[in-house]
Design a protein around this ligand. Structure first.
Ligand SMILES: CC(=O)SCCNC(=O)CCNC(=O)[C@H](O)C(C)(C)COP(=O)(O)OP(=O)(O)OC[C@H]1O[C@@H](n2cnc3c(N)ncnc32)[C@H](O)[C@@H]1OP(=O)(O)O
Ligand SMILES: O=C([O-])CC(=O)C(=O)O
Length: 371
């Protein structure tokens, strides 16, 4: 038995949800470039969960179902006040809060496919509320109730800031949600599938996935990108900062990918948005620094930017606190996790690979007093 470190190149499942072939990303056969320009996040949710785009009445029904399920139990909001909220990473809080939601769902253990679909709607609807309520409570503000007539992207921004977002902000945020929704068998999606393949419940799958997304080699990279941009602070400092890191063999966050070789097709959409939004805000330096870093890392290391790189300056331009970047990734990726969880249940087999043993050979037990 030989192993592949990090399971590189291992095909671990079949899936009809999304694919990456020759650096082209598709959701159910629709090119991400097409969806990024044309689709609403709600349409993408439906596409991932049903493997087809919704008709008008189906889309309206999904929007209504999401709107109807956005409120979260008061006990979950109250629990945010039971610890030192300012010292907690929002991804850790989200991981616990989603798990806690399961405690208040009477059908949490019901494995009927219709019950699981209802849970998907509930989790997708409530995750926006959890992230925005956490952010507001941490800042000493009351959570803002959702407006049922707003779309998913607008509602998130509204619940976060308490004021109506501008059209350009909603457009940018919707695009970011579409771009992050699914990505074949990335680490967090694989985690979700492994968890539910034991026939554990949907809440367990999403909770496990949030834990996996949190790390800086995966979703956590977007927050680290903004930390780096803040440290660099000006275009003049980019050269020495990046070349210093590369000389020390340190990783530059937001670059590289296990699957893409020529580049991540999502990055260009975020780059365009970053340019537009930083200009509107009069804070072009974040975009200019990003472009310069991209030139150096792509040029010298042949490592193109991934989805996390330009999303950082986009979210910053939307006045979002930096440690909320990864929770926002989770809000979007929940749609993909749920699609994969439902797909896993529909044709399940326990996921249990083998390990190549590299420890000592056979040994004989020696009683403790003789060792
Ligand atoms: C949504 C997402 O999850 S996208 C990914 C987000 N993560 C990041 O942006 C973190 C930075 N990037 C990385 O750590 C990696 O590129 C990963 C985790 C994305 C992919 O990792 P892997 O496929 O395992 O590649 P691995 O880490 O083995 O790197 C291969 C080589 O490229 C180098 N490399 C990879 N990424 C980077 C980077 N961002 N900066 C500098 N060097 C890098 C490694 O140092 C290694 O070099 P070596 O062969 O000389 O030792
Ligand atoms: O696919 C991956 O390994 C990471 C990634 O880009 C994502 O999850 O969007």
């Amino acid at each position: 038995m030989t192993s592949s470190k990090g399971l590189e190149g291992v095909v671990a499942t079949q899936s009809a949800i999304s694919s990456i072939i020759d650096d082209t990303l598709t959701y159910v056969g629709y090119d991400i470039d097409d969806l990024a320009v044309n689709a609403s996040f709600e349409e993408v949710i439906y596409l991932l969960w049903h493997q087809r785009l919704p008709k008008a009445d189906e889309l309206a029904e999904l929007k209504q179902q999401l709107a109807d399920n956005m409120s979260v139990p008061q006990a979950v909001l109250d629990h945010f006040k039971t610890y030192e909220i300012k010292k907690v990473h929002p991804m850790a809080a989200l991981r616990t809060a989603v798990s806690m939601l399961g405690l208040f769902d009477e059908e949490a253990e019901d494995m009927d496919p219709e019950a699981n679909y209802r849970k998907a709607i509930k989790i997708q609807a409530k995750i926006s509320t959890l992230v925005t309520a956490f952010a507001r409570i941490r800042n000493g503000q009351e959570p803002v109730a959702p407006k049922t007539d707003l779309n998913f992207a607008a509602n998130f921004l509204y619940m976060l800031s308490g004021s109506m977002p501008e059209d350009i902000e909603v457009e940018a945020f919707n695009k970011a949600l579409v771009l992050h929704a699914d990505h074949e068998l990335n680490a967090s999606t694989f985690t979700a599938r492994v968890a539910v393949a034991t026939l554990s419940d949907v809440y367990s799958g999403v909770t496990a996935a949030i834990g996996a997304l949190k790390g800086p080699l995966h979703g956590g990279a977007n927050e680290q990108v903004m930390k780096m941009l803040t440290e660099i602070d000006s275009v003049e400092n980019v050269d020495s900062y990046i070349n210093g890191k590369l000389a020390n063999k340190e990783k530059i966050m937001g670059f590289g990918h296990r699957v893409y070789r020529k580049g991540d097709p999502r990055a260009k959409h975020l780059r365009e948005m970053s340019q537009k939004l930083t200009k509107i805000r009069g804070e072009e330096k974040w975009y200019e620094m990003s472009i310069k870093i991209d030139e150096i890392v792509s040029g010298q290391k042949n490592l193109p930017p991934n989805v996390d790189f330009y999303s950082a300056s986009v979210y910053h331009s939307l006045n979002i606190e930096h440690d909320l970047f990864t929770p926002i990734f989770a809000v979007s990726r929940t749609s993909g996790w749920l699609a994969h969880i439902l797909e896993q249940y529909a044709d399940n087999r326990l996921i249990r690979p083998r390990a190549e043993y590299i420890g000592p050979g056979m040994q004989t037990y020696v009683p403790v007093e003789e060792r």
